[in-house]
Design a protein around this ligand. Structure first.
Ligand SMILES: Nc1ncnc2c1ncn2[C@@H]1O[C@H](COP(=O)(O)OP(=O)(O)OP(=O)(O)O)[C@@H](O)[C@H]1O
Length: 277
């Protein structure tokens, strides 16, 4: 892996019985960049995400995550918990998975549970008395507050997450993932269900995460206005294989990409050709 790469996927294959959902897929995501994985419905994008984040064990191939300090972690050998904790890969899902009965702030505090438990020394005494825990708790509250501000939800801190508007919940999910201070943020269709104004706010948020914090982002997205506006690099899949990759402009003009989308849904094809222009 080159030093500029945070993620290297090499010959990834995932079979479900007779179905080959992903076949021999290789691509890389660069550090401090936004990489998008696109393709028509059923192309295999979510399966790739599930392999990267440890929800599936790949049938073949390797997935390497390279940290800033030079450590390289073989993700295909770890389960989802270790991938989140050791490899520092955070993800969101197509369907919102907040704790709806907890407040917005509480959702962001729960995300920092691991760090807080570590600070407690995993003891009751640590939880109730140790200064190191109180410091960690203050830091956790500061981080959560900072994220509520960044996603424009500071005034909703004490409202139940389930009562927030859909677009607000989507941004809160991203804030929750960011509170784990990930090396790689994986977002599965973050713009799904958003209106044009909310999509624009999402693009702005993701660009600020890249530009201000230098977090690497991998995203699956069908909303081409978002993809074409914010991506540094796009990987296009169809029927489990990579059919193209490149800059937004290269991908948009690639006849193989247009043909893949034309083969499925006219609206999606039109969106790829028009997106970002
Ligand atoms: N757990 C599973 N068991 C069996 N088949 C699966 C499983 N998960 C995915 N598949 C199949 O793998 C293929 C790729 O699906 P996947 O959900 O990865 O595509 P996708 O590109 O994310 O699609 P979409 O854009 O619609 O979310 C599909 O044919 C799907 O039916």
């Amino acid at each position: 892996m080159s030093g500029d790469q945070i993620l290297g996927v090499d010959r990834l294959t995932m079979r479900f019985g007779g179905i080959v959902a992903v076949q021999d897929l290789s691509f890389a995501a660069e550090r401090k960049k936004i990489t998008a994985l696109i393709g028509p419905n059923g192309a295999g994008k979510t399966t790739v995400f599930n392999c990267i984040t440890g929800f599936y064990k790949p049938s073949g191939g390797t997935i390497r995550l390279s940290h800033d300090d030079g450590r390289v972690i073989a993700l295909e050998r770890l389960n989802d918990f270790r991938i989140a904790k050791q490899a520092k890969v955070a993800r969101t899902f197509q369907n919102i998975r907040l704790f709806p009965g907890m407040t917005a702030l509480e959702n962001l505090m729960v995300a920092q549970h691991n760090a807080l438990m570590r600070a407690s020394g995993f003891t009751l005494l640590g939880l109730v008395g140790a200064p190191v825990y109180r410091d960690a708790e203050k830091r956790a509250i500061d981080l959560a507050t900072d994220w509520l501000r960044r996603v424009n939800l500071l005034d909703r801190a004490d409202d139940a997450a389930g009562n927030l508007a859909y677009g607000d919940q989507r941004r809160l999910e991203i804030a929750r993932a960011m509170c784990t201070e990930p090396a790689l943020l994986c977002l599965d269709e973050p713009a799904a269900g958003l209106n044009a104004r909310e999509s624009a706010a999402l693009s702005e948020l993701l660009l600020s995460i890249r530009n201000e914090l230098g977090t690497s982002i991998l995203l699956i997205e069908h909303d081409m206005s978002v993809v074409m506006e914010i991506s540094d690099h796009i990987v296009v899949m169809d029927h489990g294989v990579k059919i193209a990759q490149g800059s937004p402009r290269e991908v948009r003009d690639d006849p193989k990409v247009i043909a893949a989308y034309l083969g499925t849904d006219e609206d999606e094809a039109a969106a790829v050709m028009e997106g970002g222009s």
